[in-house]
Structures are given as C-alpha cells and as structure tokens.
Write a protein that binds this ligand. Structure first.
Ligand code: BGC
Length: 395
C-alpha cells in the first residue's frame, strides 16, 4: 500500500495524540481545588499540589435555581465551602500530611438536603438560637408566643428558622482574605418575633487559617436576637468516629445549669471540681457518663463583659494532631456533644458523639432571665458579633 505521507509523519502524529491525552503540568497548578462535590467521606479524592502552590481564591458553583455553593481557599490549602441556604458551612477541608484533604465538619452529601437539616449542620441559627422557655417572652408589656418546636420549648428560631432561609450572597475578594456576605431580611412577625430584622453574616478566610464570622443586625422595632453558627466539628474527619477522644479547654469558670428540658435555672454555677470543668484540657469522653444525657450546656466566658474577641475554646485531636481555637465577642458557648445523633439518614448517618458543637452565643432563655446579659435589640442599635475559628493542621 502506498502511504500518502511518510511513516515518520504518522509516528509524529501518534506521539502528539498520546501527549494530548496525558495530564498537563498545569493540572497541578493553583486553582485546582479539592473536589467541589460534597461527599460524606472523610477524605477528598483529590491530592492537592505541594503547599507552596496554593493560592487564595473564591469560586462559585450553582447547585440549582436557589442554591449556590461558594468555595473559599487560602494559600495554605485550606478550603471552606458555604451555601446560601441557611448561610451554611458545608465543608471545611484541611490539608493533611499525606497530601490529602480532610473535611472536619459534619455535612450532608446533597446540598438540597439542607432544606430540612434537623441537626442544623453548619447553619446560622436565629432569630433566637438555643431555647426560650415555653416559647414565650414579653417586651414592653406585650407577650409574644413562638413555636414550641422542641417540646415544650422554642429552639433555634422555630419551625422555619434562619437555617431554612435562602440568603442573598455577595462575594468578598480582598488582598488578604476571601469571603461571602450573606444577608437575610426577616419580616415583622416572622415565627412570632416582632420587628423587621436585617441580618448580615460575613464568612472570611485568611492565610492564617482563620475562618472569621462577622455578624451584624438591625431592626425597626424592639426585638430579641441571639445568633450562632451550628457547625459540628470532628478534627479526625467527619465520619471518622466519635469525638470523645478529643480534648477540650474552655476559658469558662462557670456554666449555666438547666432543667430537664434544657431551660436555665437562672443560676451561674462554678465548674470547679465537677465533670463540667474544662478550665484545663480534658478528654471529652472521660467524665461524660457523669453528665446526664451528655454535654449540652452553655458555658460562661470568663470576663465576658470585656471588649473585643477573646479566646473561649480550644479543641484538639491528639490522634491527628489537628486543633481549633475559637475566639469570640459572645458571653457564652454552648457545648453540645452530638448526643442526639443516632446514625439515621436524618442526621447524615452520623452516630452519637460523631461531632461536637461549640456555638458562641448569648445565654439560653435570656428574654426570660433578667439577670443574664440582654438579648434585646432596639431600633437605634446595631447587633454585632465576631467569632473566629483558628485551625492548626497537624503537630
Ligand atoms: C442544642 C441541642 C439540640 C441541638 C440540635 C444544640 O444547639 O443545644 O439540645 O439538640 O442543638 O441540633
């Protein structure tokens, strides 16, 4: 057979075709983030490039007509994924020594599942996070009645709390941080609360591996407000097992004792010489059996009337060497050891104690507890909260 071109030309074409099928060196360049597809697995399948090749970036990825996912990345290879449904943190990926990333916050695989989200994974809770006794409070001699969605009390804003709302998102791209500002306007009377309330929550990631949450809110009528983020942490990796081996230190010499339904008795009790004491590092599992139902209590930050953010909690996982410090302006932190996680589909399949929440907030039931710091917001005031999560990847 007579060839139209010399054999060496066919060989050249073959070589070009083979090379085209190979990964280009660019595939390892910054911007190729760990897979954006949420998964319930502990590790992302992607092997990140060497550390010096990461760069700060912000990416957006529409999920459906309503839900958009945002991916914040820093130059250390840390990635935070957010969705505008509930202004929710869906994954926090930390690079690990073996070149893989580990997701350290409990999540649902499918972002649309967050429309229900019974455990409140990663979401902003409001208007009033935590409990209000019997769903009732008074302001200016008027009694307000809220949903008693945590029989017999009100919990995390009611049946349709802020965790179920679609928030407006604005991207933040600055030299030293990337982020998203989420805004939600809650109508006067929504879930029984008075006043039109405008809430803004900024999530910011910087190159010091800090995830900063800045909250502001204003109202046109006096109302009550207590915002928090409801991430469940497992520094060994979401789905890797229980957090009972994690060690916790709280800068809190007092906690708030509660009745059987989680409502404060009104007293602030000293933690000293009780299983509630985390003023030095203690393994969570060590004394949990002595606490009926497990830890689900609000701790009182030492010097809580001080200005600015202050370290309130340090969580560390001796096995992986990862740790997280939490600094906040809030007077309290709810320590909740995932006591109601039961392995069911409703809770993403995570088992009891599969994650720990450290929710910075005001004290539970403050609207009915005159001795507690006030959670009333007046029209001329601006609600402000700053909470920082600072991660260390390994030993
Ligand atoms: C509360 C728990 C509640 C959980 C719901 C926590 O903030 O303290 O009692 O079960 O939220 O996910």
């Amino acid at each position: 057979m007579k060839l139209l071109v010399p054999v060496r030309h066919y060989l050249l074409i073959l070589v070009v075709l083979i090379l085209a099928g190979c990964p280009s060196p660019d595939d390892n360049q910054p911007g190729n983030l760990p897979s954006a597809t949420p998964d319930s697995e502990t590790k992302s399948e992607h092997t990140p490039p060497p550390e010096d090749q990461f760069e700060m970036s912000l990416q957006r990825d529409p999920v459906d007509d309503e839900i958009t996912r945002y991916m914040l990345s820093n130059d250390k290879g840390m990635v935070v994924e957010l969705i505008n449904l509930g202004a929710t943190v869906t994954r926090v990926l930390l690079p690990s020594g073996n070149g893989e990333s580990v997701n350290v916050t409990l999540n649902f695989e499918d972002p649309t599942t967050y429309k229900m989200n019974p455990p409140y994974f990663g979401s902003i809770c409001g208007r009033y996070s935590n409990r209000i006794a019997q769903g009732k409070f008074s302001l200016n001699n008027q009694e307000y009645t809220l949903a008693t969605n945590n029989d017999p009390n009100h919990l995390h804003g009611g049946n349709e709390g802020f965790n179920k709302k679609i928030w407006i998102a604005e991207e933040i791209n600055e030299a030293d941080q990337v982020g998203v500002q989420f805004t939600y306007v809650s109508a006067d009377g929504e879930e029984g609360y008075p006043g039109t309330l405008t809430v803004k929550v900024k999530y910011l990631l910087n190159n010091d591996n800090e995830l900063k949450l800045e909250y502001t809110a204003t109202t046109d009528k006096e109302t009550v407000l207590n915002l928090t983020n409801h991430c469940y942490w497992n520094l060994g990796g979401a789905g890797s097992g229980s957090i009972l081996n994690h060690e916790l230190n709280l800068n809190c010499s007092q906690y708030i004792p509660v009745d059987k339904t989680g409502i404060p008795t009104g007293e602030l009790a000293d933690v000293a010489e009780t299983p509630m004491d985390f003023t030095s590092f203690h393994t969570l599992g060590k004394r949990i059996e002595q606490v009926e139902g497990g830890y689900d209590h609000c701790y009182v930050r030492d010097n809580y009337d001080s200005e600015g953010v202050q370290l309130i909690a340090t969580l560390r996982d001796p096995e992986s060497g990862r740790s997280m410090e939490i600094l906040t302006t809030e007077p309290g932190v709810q320590l909740y050891t995932g006591n109601f996680l039961d392995g069911s589909e409703n809770v993403g399949g995570y088992a009891k104690h599969g994650g720990i929440c450290l929710e910075c907030q005001h004290f539970p039931d403050s609207p009915n507890q005159p001795e507690f710091p006030s959670t009333t917001l007046a029209p001329q005031e601006v609600y402000q909260q700053t909470t920082i999560h600072r991660f260390k990847f390994a030993k």
